[in-house]
Design a protein. Structure first.
Ligand SMILES: Cc1ncc(COP(=O)(O)O)c(C=O)c1O
Length: 351
């Protein structure tokens, strides 16, 4: 296409997981929460006045940012940035802190959007491979770059780097450290206190997973006010619409509800992992709402994925280095996981 910028010539763009509208489909491919969002979120949306839609929303989302800061023990909204999904904030972080041509460090495998965002910005992603247990190798800490993007818990492995490793990174890495905590509510510990202690730490979270609000598009970044100020220069003026701001405030104020859904997902995750292991999959212990099921038998993982697809059961298959023998399976309801296990039993026994 002759009109496109030079930079985009070789960029394919990010391909998100499928969102087919097939009634009854079992959707275990995009790490959505199988349970509905808080009733208080729905109430807040219904209570929106026509005026709230007629007028521009608060460009700074102050009510929500204040409530969020309070929730996590931060002094005020100046420590928090709200965004139209965490994906927007990841793109903004690169746009705000990375020069075209600079290096951005990430572990491999990781959230594959990072690479696309770097391509779009004209900077270089530098991958350092995780070890066989999905842990950071020593060389990760000494690789120079302008920014480091660290998914914790990692996607698609579900495994978390030790908190001490992230702490060391913040201390030793000469650049911004973005800690992507998209899945952290499903795990054990977290790094939400790091921005208080490290001027280069940015902790990002999303409401798409634990809060069951993927359709709303809500993400947050917590960092020192000087960092948040820089983001204010690059974000869209009204990056959070009125509905999102109302939903975000209601969701953060109903934290217990989120935690009760997370507890259900965690219980199902333990059962699903044990059953997948029984079937012969190698499944690392996950701190997320998905499991990476590695499979070296027959039929190959890709074929299992395709057969499940014909039965209206969607999981995720990545045709990427190191992941070709694996399926990433979102933890659904107990009934959804039972249906998946039943289908897998048939597919695997047929061979
Ligand atoms: C590791 C990771 N970070 C960020 C996101 C994006 O979250 P959001 O839906 O808020 O854009 C995802 C979504 O799947 C993710 O897996």
């Amino acid at each position: 296409m002759k009109y496109t910028r030079e930079l985009l010539k070789d960029v394919e763009g990010y391909v998100p997981g499928e969102q087919p509208k097939i009634p009854g489909i079992i959707k275990l491919n995009t790490n959505e929460n199988p349970y509905p969002p808080s009733p208080k979120v729905m109430e807040a949306l219904r209570a929106l006045s026509p005026d709230a839609l007629r007028k521009y929303p608060d460009p700074l989302s102050v009510n929500f940012r204040r409530a969020y800061a309070e929730r996590f023990g931060y002094p005020g909204p100046e420590w928090v940035l709200a965004g139209n999904g965490m994906d927007e904030l990841l793109a903004l972080a690169i746009r705000t802190f990375v020069n075209p041509g600079d290096a951005v460090l990430a572990s491999y495998p990781t959230y594959s959007l990072y690479e696309v965002l770097c391509q779009l910005h004209g900077c270089r992603i530098v991958y350092v491979d995780l070890d066989d247990n999905f842990q950071l190798p020593e060389s990760f800490f000494s690789t120079p770059a302008r920014m480091c993007l660290l998914t914790r818990p990692n996607a698609p492995s579900g495994v978390s780097a030790p908190r001490e490793a992230v702490e060391r990174l913040c201390r030793e890495f000469d650049g911004i450290v973005v800690i992507d905590e998209a899945y952290v509510d499903f795990g054990g510990d977290n790094c939400m206190d790091f921005p208080k202690r490290f001027e280069n730490a940015i902790v990002m979270r999303t409401f798409s997973k634990s809060f069951s609000l993927a359709g709303m598009r809500l993400g947050t970044a917590v960092a020192q006010p000087a960092i948040i100020n820089e983001f204010m220069k690059t974000k869209d003026s009204y990056n959070l619409d009125a509905c999102s701001q109302a939903a975000a405030l209601a969701a953060i104020q109903d934290y217990d509800y989120m935690e009760s859904n997370v507890a259900k997902v965690r219980a199902t995750r333990a059962r699903l992992r044990a059953e997948l292991q029984q079937l012969g999959f190698d499944v690392p212990e996950s701190q997320s709402n998905f499991l990476l099921a590695r499979w070296n038998g027959a039929p190959p993982a890709k074929e299992i994925f395709e057969t499940l697809r014909t039965q209206n059961i969607l999981v995720r298959y990545f045709n990427l280095r190191g992941l070709q023998n694996a399926l990433r399976i979102t933890v659904g309801t107990n009934a959804e996981c039972d249906a998946l296990l039943e289908a897998l039993n048939v597919i695997l026994k047929r061979n």
